[in-house]
Structure formats: C-alpha cells, structure tokens
Design a binder for this molecule. Structure first.
Ligand code: GAL
Length: 804
C-alpha cells in the first residue's frame, strides 16, 4: 500500500496564510410570514411588516394546540388496524400545515468568486429564490442540500434570498415541524476550490501502532496538476501528504497515523484533516474536516465489532423534535439529550425515521454516540396519503446521495438505514428496490453496512427483502428473531426497533398488571412499565434475547425521549398530542424506565431506584406494589422501618430476572427504603422515598450555571414543587410562572404531560408529577440572567446564570 509517512516536523507556520481562502457564515436573521404571499421572492417586495425570526426556526411551535389540526381519519396498518378511525394529535396538534416565506439579504465579498448556499433541512418542499430568480428546490424536509448560486448572485450589491416552504396535511406520522428548522450557511470560495462535501476520509487500522487514513478530495473544476496538501492534526499525529489532482479534479492521498487514538463511545477521539489547495505556489482554498479513526464489522463469529471488540448496541430511537423548542435545532438541546442518554449507559441512537442534521452528528462524534443514520419511513407504498411516496421515484437517489455525501465523515455513524417498516417488504418488487438502494449506498460509501427495520418478518424473509440487507433488522416481534436468524445467511440479527413500552412520568395505575393498548380516563399510562402495544413488548422481552442469544447484536429502543405526535395508545383521545414511548419524557425528565435501562446499560456506575412515589393520600391500607430497578443482585425493602423481605434477581422467571418487586405492600404514609446487597451479600447502598407533605416551595435545579453570549445556548432548569422538608410533591399540579431578566430570554417550558394543551412558549405552565422544565436562552450580551419561578401559595425560587 502506498502512503506518505508522517512529517512530524512540519512547521505549522508554513501553511498559515493571512487571507482566508473561504468564508462560511450562518444566515441567522430572517423576515418571516406564515402565509403564501404572491411576489415574496421579488427584490422589490416590502417585507418590513414581516416578523423578525432567527433560523433555525419552527413556525408551529408557538401553537396553539388544536384538535382540528391534521385530524387523520385512517386505519394505521402498521398497528394492525383494519378500520379507519379519527386520529387526533397524530402530528402533534400544532399548526404546521400551510405555507411560510422567509426573506433575508446578504452581501458577498469581492475577494471570492463562488457563492454557495447550504441548507441542512427545510420542512418542507423548499423553493429557493435569489434576487427574484428560482435557484433551487428540494422536496424531502430532512435532506441537506447545496446550491451553487454563483451565477445568480449580485457581486456589487445586496442579494435578496427568499425561501418558500409548504407543509400539507396527512404527510407525516409524527410532528414534522415547519420551516427553516435547521441552519442555512453562506459559503464563499475561489473559483477553483474544494467541492461542497468534497472531502472523503476513511481509515483502516493496521495495528495498535498504525492506521492508514485515505483521503479523497474533489475540486470544483476538472483541472489536473493542482496541489492538494492534506495534514492530519490531533492525538499524537501531525502528518502530511501532498498530491496533485487528476484531470477530473480529484486527488487521493493515504497518510499513516502512528499510534492512532481510536474513536468509540467511551473514547470519542477526533482528528482534524486540514486540506489546502495550491495553484502556482499560491494557496487558494483550505478546508477542515473533523474525522475519527475506528473500524466496524459485522460477522457471524463475532457479531458487531467496533475496533475489533464485540459489543451489543445499547441504542434508542429518536425522532427529531426537541420537545418544547420544537424542531428548531439547537446544539445545547442536542447535547443535553446525548448526555442524558450516555448517563443511562446508552451508546447508540437511530435517527428514526429520517436523515439527521449535521449538528446532531457533530455532537454524536464529539460526545461519543454511535448512530444508525436512517432515511425513510416510506418508499412507493403510502403510509400517509401525502407522504414521501409522492417523491420516491424522482428523489430517492438524490436524497440518499446527499445523506451519504453530507454525513460520510462522521465516525459516529456506523450504519445506514434505507427504511423503516417499508410495506414493500411483502412484495418481490420491494426486494428489488431494496437491492437497488443497498447497491447505491455501497457505491456511495463502501465503508458502512446498510440496514432497514423489518416488521413483516415472514414476508420479508420469503421475498428475500431482509436477506438483501448487510444487517438484518427486526422491529419488535421478539418471537420472530429465531425465524429470521435461521433464514438469513448473516448469522446475526439486530433489534432495529424494540420495546415500545408506554408510561407517563410519575403516574401509577392499580391494580398493577401487564396490559396491551391499555387506556385510562385521564389519558395517561402507568409507570410500572408493564404496558405496551399489541405489536410491542415490555423491556424484559428484549433483555432476554440480548442476553441469551449471542447472535443478537443489540437493540434500539423505541424511544429515548417522548416526541410530539403519535400519542399511542391514545391516538383517538383528545387532548393527547405527544408520545408515551419515551424512556425520558418530552421535557427530558427521566421516567422510572430510565433506571431500568440504566441498571443494565450503565456498567460504570451503580443504579438503585425505587418506585412508585409514596404519597397516596386516601389510599391508606391499599396494596401499593413497590418495584426496585437496580444493578445490584439483591435488595431488602423497609416500609417505615419494617422489613418486607429480601428479594434476589431470579433468572428463571422473566419478571424477576431484571427487576425486584414486592407486590403485597400495604400503603401507610411514612417512607419506603431499599437496601441493596452486592454479590457477596454485603449491604452496599440504600435509597429512600418519603411521603410528601403539602406543597410549600419551589426548588430549581439547573444543568449549567454558565452560558456563552451567542444568543443560542440554552439552560434547562427543572422546577420542582416540594414540601417544607424539600421532598418532591409527586402529584402537585400547581400553575407556575416564570420571569427572565438580564442577558437572556425565556425560550420555552414543558411538563412532560402528553395531554397538556398549554403552549410551550408562554411563561407559565402547570407542574406535572410536581415538576416541569424551563428553557432559557442566552443573549449576545455578557451579564447575568435571573430566572424567577412563582406559584400561588408557594415560596418562589430564583436562579442566576452567568452569560459570558
Ligand atoms: C413502529 C414504528 C415507529 C412507531 C412505533 C410505535 O412500528 O416503526 O415509527 O410508530 O411503531 O410503537
């Protein structure tokens, strides 16, 4: 193999030049109108009365919630429904349908010749106009796309950029958001420059001492002999290669990295590749590409391996909304999600069921989270009347191409998914399409395997659909794993979507029992984690497969966080408008289930968690079962100091294998306390839950005390209603009000109640389960932010956040 050796001694100064060869700026400030306005693309159009908005923006998140929005009279075939019924809240009951226009202006710098616009995603069907002329369009709202607008740009004056987005009813199975919900970038370069997404980095680990990094660079022009310098920075590496472009404007290099620091969820080591393009000795472009060195493989012998070590995915599926801030993407909100998941021991996410945003992938790279990057929920057969099937024929290649081009360098992405529960699994035609798409993905990226989530397992096996995939993925149907394993040549099966257990944070229903599609008059689900849907299951059903079948390579639980829309099992119940599937609720507060997953997934820190709460006024002398989710093998429960006995995990009984429970506990106010024992029978930890008194004051917990003065960063502050001794009042529903002063603004609030119609963006909300989360955003000015939370009859609380 040909490669250049490290030139460690390379002087840094030699490649630094005074002039910046390209600029990249986010276009943040826009004017917005929530209607279809004739002539809005024209340069002479007067938008002075339009609203000022900052992109990323979601025009629908301010609500109000309404039952009438996108009522869908449908039978959800995937859920086994045969007859159509009226589904309310299926897409979140927020006003996302309609047209929105965005307008802004920008100037270009005389020193550059090329102008590019990069859209990370616009919901949906964006049409882009520059100086009155249409310069591009896309259909699928999740796809990043690049427009070279060089010929339409006015180099001497101001340029008017206008974007139209349109959402139609019955186009989604969840809340899709609305408008320019991901960043827009303006890139200026010289004429001869690196193409957008024109650097491809792959790595091959040869031994612990060395890896080979292969770099392909594609230039805007088909020009031979252009010097392309690639330099790797990071870890102990500082190595460089210099090659010349071929006549098609591409250049290839292979660079050896000594003692590579490998990327993994536990060690998210990143490198930077600096690509410098030179002509006639003059630097004309430079691009920095972050990348990681890691290997992935799937095999019958070793299952899934990352860097040569077998492991099973401890994954969750995520929809793209961020609860109270909607789909308007925000780095702080994404970081918070990933950190909460990592604390649970989760090591992978599936971007269900669509193309992720670059910001999310950057965060997965840097924090250490593997990713199954998915693409579609539909091909040619509709799940929704106006879904992606309308575009599949003309757009599927373009969408998949951009998915790969945009995201190929993220080490976090360990596989692509070409679809979720595609109904065509059941037809021979479907298998052919699958083969075509798998081949396309292989051609675009030979380094990653391709999967899809199959739910019609018998049909997918019979038609050869599942066999065409590199990684056979099963959604639910734990009883079909063996069949799929036997039928597939692969020798392993992935749980591409699992569980779909439902629960509402802090809500417990009696008697405690297992149930499918169970509903209650209050629109909530029980947090004893025994309720699922008729196609899904409680977590233990997956745990036993993962533990007992060496050939099952992990799972992606539906879902990590609750999301807007799909309020199953309350699809027909108003006002349910968000999901119950989350391990964490829509506010990002952990449900009890968080600790069940944590007890097996987080192998670094012990878990000891008790449920339910112990404030059951009026239920004195009733039976209230007590459950304990713990990483310890054994525990003893005490009610008001009296032992209820020791319980040990018991592998012979699924319901005792992973959780401990005392089913006959009689409620008496006071406390429940659990003492955990290690494998040697030694008492090592304890946890106590006390009966709360009356709501007395508000307690605030903040996830950070310092924000950047960038007008973007968010702080998430949990407000809890507590009694005079500081115990959470677990049934408190006090109305709380928020006021924010100083260098920030109130951005949103959420209590995790799937049936709440209080809007997220008003500074007041009722507590749910005694809690809610307030989101505050920094301004661009340094100083202090002060948040005060008040509630009638409660002592208020304040928190100060520094903005610097
Ligand atoms: C699956 C589907 C998901 C979600 C889930 C709810 O079948 O892939 O998108 O609808 O069911 O359980």
């Amino acid at each position: 193999m040909m490669y250049r050796k490290c030139l460690i001694a390379l002087a840094l100064a030699s490649s630094v030049s005074a002039f910046s060869q390209r600029t990249e700026t986010l276009i943040r400030n826009w004017k917005f109108a929530n209607e279809d306005v004739e002539g809005a693309q024209s340069t002479t159009f007067n938008d002075s009365k339009w609203k000022n908005v900052v992109v990323p923006h979601d025009w629908a998140i301010n609500g109000p919630f309404s039952k009438e929005i996108d009522i869908q009279k449908v039978a959800i075939e995937q859920n086994g429904e045969k007859e159509s019924t009226e589904k309310t809240g299926r897409t979140g009951a927020l006003p996302y349908i309609g047209t929105g226009w965005y307008r802004t202006t920008f100037k270009v710098d005389a020193g550059y010749q090329r102008t590019l616009l990069v859209f990370d995603g616009v919901m949906s069907c964006p049409e882009v106009y520059l100086n009155g002329k249409k310069v591009g369009e896309w259909k699928y709202g999740y796809t990043p796309f690049v427009l070279d607008v060089t010929s339409a740009v006015d180099r001497s004056g101001s340029n008017t950029l206008a974007v139209r987005a349109e959402n139609v009813a019955m186009s989604s199975r969840w809340y899709p958001g609305a408008g320019i919900y991901r960043p827009v970038r303006l890139i200026q370069t010289q004429d001869l420059a690196v193409k957008p997404w024109g650097v491809t980095v792959t790595s091959q680990i040869l031994s612990t001492n060395n890896a080979i990094v292969s770099v392909k660079t594609e230039l805007n022009k088909n020009e031979a002999g252009v010097v392309v310098e690639n330099r790797i920075i990071g870890g102990d590496a500082d190595c460089k290669s210099e090659t010349k472009s071929f006549s098609d404007g591409s250049a290839s290099a292979q660079i050896e990295v000594k003692n590579p620091k490998l990327w993994s969820p536990e060690t998210p080591n990143m490198y930077k590749l600096l690509t410098v393009v030179k002509k006639d000795g003059k630097e004309i472009d430079r691009v920095v590409t972050p990348f990681g060195i890691r290997s992935i493989s799937f095999s019958a012998e070793n299952g899934f391996q990352l860097n040569g070590v077998s492991r099973k995915f401890k994954g969750v599926c995520l929809h793209h909304d961020l609860g109270p801030i909607g789909t308007a993407i925000n780095k702080s909100a994404l970081i918070r999600q990933i950190k909460l998941l990592k604390e649970m021991g989760c090591d992978a996410i599936r971007t269900s069921h669509n193309i992720p945003s670059p910001w999310q992938m950057e965060i997965c790279d840097s924090l250490g989270m593997m990713v199954m990057a998915e693409s579609f929920d539909e091909w040619i057969y509709p799940k929704c009347k106006n879904g992606y099937h309308l575009y599949f024929d003309n757009w599927v290649e373009k969408d998949l191409t951009n998915l790969v081009l945009c995201h190929k360098n993220h080490p976090s992405i360990v596989m692509w998914s070409i679809g979720n529960e595609i109904p065509e699994q059941g037809s021979a035609k479907g298998s052919k399409i699958a083969k075509r798409l798998v081949d396309l993905m292989h051609a675009l990226d030979p380094s990653r395997p391709v999967t899809a989530g199959c739910d019609r397992v018998d049909a997918a096996v019979k038609n050869g659909f599942i066999q065409t995939l590199d990684v056979p993925g099963l959604n639910y149907r734990t009883h079909k794993y063996q069949l799929a394993y036997d039928a597939c040549p692969h020798g392993f099966i992935l749980g591409s979507e699992t569980a779909s257990t439902v629960s509402s944070r802090g809500v417990y229903k009696f008697p405690v029992k297992y149930g499918e599609n169970v509903t209650y008059p209050d629109g909530q689900c029980s947090s004893y984690d025994l309720e699922a849907c008729n196609w899904s299951n409680i977590p233990e059903k997956d745990y036993e497969l993962q533990d007992d079948k060496s050939w099952v390579v992990g799972e992606f639980v539906w879902t990590g966080f609750d999301y807007l829309g799909e309020p199953t099992p309350y699809d027909e119940y108003w006002p349910s408008r968000s999901s119950y599937f989350g391990i964490l609720d829509l506010a990002g507060l952990p449900k009890d289930r968080y600790y069940l997953y944590r007890s097996r997934w987080n192998t670094e820190k012990p878990t000891l968690h008790l449920l339910p709460h112990w404030t059951w006024n009026g239920k004195e002398n009733d039976t209230i079962p007590v459950y304990c989710y713990t990483s310890y093998p054994e525990a003893e429960l005490f009610v008001n100091g009296k032992s209820m006995g020791r319980k040990k995990k018991d592998a012979s009984d699924l319901m005792k294998r992973y959780r401990l429970h005392w089913d006959d506990v009689v409620y008496t106010p006071g406390s429940i306390k659990v003492v955990a024992y290690d494998a040697d029978g030694k008492a090592v930890a304890s946890e106590e839950v006390k009966t709360a008194g009356k709501p007395h004051h508000i307690k605030l917990d903040t996830d950070t005390k310092v924000l950047k003065a960038d007008g973007e960063e968010l702080v998430f502050i949990t407000a809890s209603v507590v009694d005079k001794d500081g115990n959470l009042c677990p049934t408190a529903t006090n109305q709380l009000q928020f006021s924010v002063k100083g260098s920030g603004r109130f951005r949103g609030t959420c209590n995790g109640d799937a049936t709440s119609t209080e809007v997220f963006t008003q500074p007041r909300m009722k507590a749910f389960g005694g809690q809610l989360v307030v989101v505050v955003q920094s301004s661009e000015k340094a100083g202090d932010i002060s948040l005060t939370v008040k509630g009638a009859g409660l002592k208020s609380a304040s928190e100060t956040i520094k903005v610097e």
